[in-house]
Ligand binder design. Structure first.
Ligand code: FES
Length: 341
């Protein structure tokens, strides 16, 4: 995502979007040395990596919805959902869709696709920005690579004997990761699993998706922005108790005003449009600027603030840190800001 693989979670009470609740994201400073143990092609342009500890030890436990920060050999950091079983302590599994640079990729997913078995990597985490609540009724909705965080949730619900429905969409069958496995699941649960490639069924509307929900469902969804927005547009809905979604692209800028960023070290003066993030504007002149989540919580992108006023919109800096730093993926300057870049 990625920006595929980049994770953001939001948790909203379906009874009123104004009551948005953002879960606290507990920073996990733990660093793990792992090795790529196996690589599997999961769909066109999607591969999964099995990661094991470099010393062969068990890996820390996690809950569905968790992700890890992956530090790639280039130094890029990207975040990927853990998509294996939380019961397997001897490995993690992540799945990544390759996003070409000309399609907005930042190079991280392509780098993942260039890795080979035996490659050492560093992980940070796991941590969970998409917490999975234990209730009795669920509607799971995954679009394409958005299956990665949903998959362990689905199996958890099955193991717990919960009432669930699962809708899986994608451009076509060839682009849908884990489809063979999920087709087997559909054979076992034909009334619960709904595989809907767009080229066969058309793009489902938000209403069509919500029709699958059991009454009182917690709706968990991850997928492309239009799918998420179509679902959000239907909330509140009678049969949905809570809505939980994870984006794998940056959220749209809300209430943005244009401003200017002066990059003191490189000498660039960068205009930032009202609907653009400072990060995306800066990347046009400094393509290697560090970032990861693009949603203000991972702490990768904050830079030293030399001058100017900032509208801080991040969740990674303390108030004291915000006095001298700006999280360029989400925070906005007021008029003109000068950064140490
Ligand atoms: S990229 Fe994660 S906080 Fe900005």
């Amino acid at each position: 995502m990625r920006v595929l693989g980049v994770i953001v979670a939001a948790y909203e009470k379906a009874s009123g979007l104004s009551g948005t609740f953002r879960p606290d994201i507990v920073e996990v400073r733990r660093t793990l040395d792992v090795v790529v143990d196996d690589i599997t092609e999961e769909a066109g342009g999607v591969r999964s990596l099995r990661l094991v500890a470099a010393d062969g030890a068990d890996l820390p436990g996690w809950h569905p919805g968790a992700h890890v920060d992956v530090v790639l050999p280039s130094g890029r950091q990207r975040q990927y959902s853990l998509t294996g079983s939380p019961r397997a302590h001897d490995h993690y599994r992540i799945a990544v869709r390759a996003i070409p640079l000309e399609h907005g990729g930042g190079g991280g997913s392509l780098e993942v696709h260039s890795l080979e078995v035996g490659q050492p990597l560093t992980l940070r985490g796991p941590r969970n920005a998409f917490p999975f609540i234990g209730v009795d009724h669920y509607l799971f909705v995954a679009g394409g690579i958005g299956i990665t965080p949903i998959r362990p949730m689905l199996y958890d619900a099955i193991e717990r004997g919960a009432d669930w429905q699962f809708v899986y969409t994608g451009r076509d069958r060839g682009s849908m990761p884990f489809l063979a496995e999920l087709t087997e699941l559909a054979a076992a649960y034909p009334d619960r699993v709904h595989l809907r490639p767009d080229d066969e069924f058309g793009v489902p509307t938000g209403a069509a998706i919500l029709d699958y929900a059991p009454d009182g469902a917690a709706l968990y969804t991850c997928g492309p922005p239009p799918m998420i927005e179509a679902i959000r547009g239907m909330i509140p809905a009678e049969n949905i108790a809570t809505l939980h979604y994870e984006r794998f692209s940056p959220p749209p800028v809300v209430g943005g005003e244009p401003f200017t960023v002066v990059l003191a070290r490189s000498g660039h003066v960068v205009p930032v449009a009202e609907d653009q993030s400072a990060l995306s504007a800066i990347r046009a002149v400094l393509p290697d600027v560090a970032y990861s989540c693009q949603q203000g919580y991972c702490g990768t992108c904050p830079v030293a603030l030399i001058g100017g006023e900032v509208d801080h919109r991040d969740r990674c800096l303390t108030a004291a840190q915000q006095e001298s730093r700006m999280t360029i993926c989400v925070s906005r300057g007021v008029g003109r800001v000068t950064l140490d870049l």
